[in-house]
Design a binder for this molecule. Structure first.
Ligand SMILES: Cc1ncc(C[n+]2csc(CCOP(=O)(O)OP(=O)(O)O)c2C)c(N)n1
Length: 672
């Protein structure tokens, strides 16, 4: 549909969509950077969605049963800022729009979760948003099964561009959504045939509609500038029990005489002259950032539409028993149950007496066995390694289209989408997602892992087979640099527990967090229980603590994590036998130790003794604990990996790479 027809036959719609367009044009021009083309192209689709379909209430932006709206093509951020502003989200003022992309503004370059209400997830890294949306739709289906349709019954809408659909993660997300028959997920594809380099055909000839259909989606295509066609397609999509994709044929930079349908409209300001020409083409007579009262009033009415839905929902919610209401509010607020702490303490007590020698991946399953029954909000899963990651526990049931009450999910071999979907669940609220793969495949999940940390959401990554200790699968599967990568990520906790007790403590912390994601790096190989003296206190919460102190004068401190704490304890025996007083510090979480105040850290790592750290990974993250924190370069050394591993049984690898008690004791003696 062209501008003339729109203005003639759909004047009211046209004016509203135009307001979105000019806000984007003006804000990008003022910032002298940004992406006007996408908002200009998709404005008609967004206007119809918000006017006719989206269930939302700007006055109660976090109402649990609102529809979720995800702008997966995050570079078009001015589209969502314009929508939030015009529909009346209090924090999205005109000043914020005028300060697009400036220091201190909530209108960041790409939409960021937690900056402004109404932004359901951080997008910008293409493909993540659509995969988050799959997780949100899973969360909705799971909560609907648990709490009933009366209180959970909403759609998840996504606007995705060519870039999102070209990213590999989207295939994983689409495959997962199709198999899971997520009928309340609706993707609106901005089919404009343009990306940064030029026409899509330069880099892709995929038939997207056929591709979605092949994965079990309901597919339609419409003229993305025809409001009636868009409305009808969304109405149809809502009725199907499959996830829906609507290919919306649009023109990037719609109405810009010189830039429409070209990559020039994608990612730079139109420029003053072109803005004038575009305003003329629109018949828009108003100045920069000036939205006439009547058009504003039309948008305000759209924003007010959802208040009735919300009060109706509240009335239905109020009919639930007090207990159900409390439980719903608890899980939506991501509050762990009060019982959690008691259950973990009891488990620790049992473990310190029973002293099992099991891999920490097995310990993790033993812990989940006691946690899952008291935390109905957990939704576990694995990327096709359930038997290796040990993420499933008795009676969880499998989450699938026939059993929405199931709480273990077969993600398939889809680490990227698993991680992003888990983010979507955590963002949705009401679900505590955890999912497993081999630690080495952090590389695959990493895009979403970084976003968990940036957004400040408590996704839990169960990463087993955490070192050369996995043995025969060889260096393709043996992580060496991954601990350093995870620890280098701000706002995330990397736990590498040494035994069953530390594993329980790590889980307690991970499941009590509201704003920090956790990585649990767990061993394949059996490890002895080292914490044989029960303590109610969660020592892992300190990040590092003295596991065994020196007998006699303290001359050496051995610091280790995970499977190497056992080696440190053996090395201590060797050294003590020679009269060298040796302390062993277990360091299950460097980030939490770094967060302790200096006096606490000094107690664990006092100056004076020589220090040797032991970890079957690269040295990178250890330098601070060896050479800083009162340590000295001439009095510290590291036992670990300097390159990739190899295929062989684990014991042989530890010998060959010199990660042994004897090698550790020798290093200590060389330093003394
Ligand atoms: C993972 C990732 N890779 C690259 C980019 C940089 N980038 C931003 S937008 C874009 C092109 C997107 O094309 P399309 O989705 O068609 O958007 P349109 O040109 O229609 O605005 C690219 C490559 C990114 N944001 N994320």
């Amino acid at each position: 549909m062209d501008i003339a027809t729109l203005r003639k036959d759909h004047a009211d719609h046209w004016n509203k969509a135009c307001a979105l367009r000019v806000l984007a044009i003006d804000a990008v021009q003022a910032a002298n950077s940004g992406h006007p083309g996408l908002p200009m192209g998709i404005a008609d689709v967004a206007t119809v969605l918000f006017e006719k379909h989206l269930k939302f209430d700007p006055k109660n932006p976090n109402w649990p049963d609102r529809d979720r709206f995800i702008l997966s093509a995050g570079h078009g951020s001015m589209l969502i800022y314009g929508l939030l502003h015009l529909t009346g989200y209090a924090d999205m003022t005109l000043d914020q729009i005028k300060n697009f992309r400036q220091w201190g503004a909530i209108t960041a370059g790409h939409p960021e979760y937690g900056h402004a209400t109404g932004i359901e997830t951080t997008t910008g890294p293409l493909g993540q948003g659509i995969a988050n949306a799959v997780g949100m739709a899973i969360a909705e289906a799971s909560l609907r099964a648990r709490f009933g349709k009366k209180v959970v019954d909403h759609y998840t809408y996504v606007i995705a561009g060519d870039g999102c659909l070209m990213e590999g993660i989207s295939q994983e997300a689409i495959g997962l959504a199709g198999m899971q028959r997520l009928g309340k997920l609706i993707v609106l594809w901005d089919d404009n045939n343009i990306s940064i380099d030029g026409e899509i055909s330069m880099s892709d000839i995929t038939n997207q509609q056929v591709r979605f259909k092949a994965s079990g989606w309901h597919v339609q295509s419409v003229d993305g500038h025809d409001p009636d066609a868009i409305d009808a397609a969304i109405a149809t999509a809502k009725k199907t029990n499959k996830p829906s994709m609507i290919a919306c044929k649009t023109h990037i930079g719609f109405g810009s005489p010189a830039k429409q349908d070209t990559n020039k409209a994608h990612g730079s300001p139109l420029g003053e002259d072109e803005i004038k020409a575009t305003r003329a083409a629109y018949g828009w007579k108003h100045g920069a950032f000036d939205i006439p009262k009547d058009i504003r009033a039309g948008w305000t009415k759209i924003g007010a539409r959802g208040a009735v839905d919300r009060t109706d929902w509240q009335a239905r919610f109020d009919t639930l028993s007090q207990g159900r209401q409390k439980e719903f509010n608890r899980v939506m607020a991501m509050e762990p149950p009060r019982k959690l702490s008691a259950v973990i303490k009891a488990f620790k007590k049992f473990a310190s007496v029973d002293q099992p020698k099991v891999a920490t991946r097995k310990s993790s399953q033993m812990v989940l066995d006691v946690i899952n029954p008291i935390m109905p909000e957990t939704l576990g899963g694995s990327a096709d390694l359930t038997g290796s990651n040990l993420t499933n526990t008795t009676d969880l049931g499998i989450f699938n289209p026939d059993n929405r009450k199931g709480r273990h999910l077969h993600y398939g071999i889809r680490e990227h989408a698993m991680a992003a979907a888990m983010n979507g669940m955590a963002l949705h609220g009401g679900i505590r997602p955890y999912g497993g793969t081999f630690f080495c495949f952090v590389d695959y999940a990493r895009g979403a892992m970084r976003l968990s940390a940036l957004m400040g959401i408590p996704t839990v990554y169960v990463m087993t087979h955490d070192s050369i200790g996995l043995g025969e699968d060889g260096p393709t599967h043996q992580p060496v640099e991954h601990l350093a990568i995870c620890r280098a990520t701000p706002n995330s906790w990397t736990f590498r527990p040494a035994d069953v007790v530390e594993t329980a403590e790590a889980w307690e912390l991970a499941l009590s967090s509201k704003s920090t994601p956790s990585v649990l790096a767990l061993s394949r190989q059996g490890l002895p229980t080292l914490r044989t003296e029960h303590k109610n206190k969660n020592l892992t919460a300190n990040g590092a603590y003295v596991l065994a102190d020196a007998i006699g004068k303290r001359r050496a401190i051995l610091i280790a994590s995970g499977s190497e704490v056992e080696i440190a304890m053996d090395a201590r025996e060797l050294l003590q036998a020679e009269g060298i007083g040796t302390r062993v510090v277990s360091m299950p979480c460097m980030e939490l130790f770094a967060a302790q105040d200096d006096a606490e850290r000094r107690k664990v790592l006092p100056g004076g003794p020589v220090r040797v750290a032991i970890e079957a990974g690269t040295r990178d993250s250890w330098d601070r604990w060896l050479f800083g924190e009162r340590g000295k370069s001439k009095k510290a050394d590291f036992v670990g990996m300097t390159g990739f591993g190899a295929s062989a049984p684990a014991d042989r690898l530890y010998q060959e790479f010199g990660i042994t008690a004897q090698a550790t004791a020798d290093k200590v003696k060389a330093l003394l």
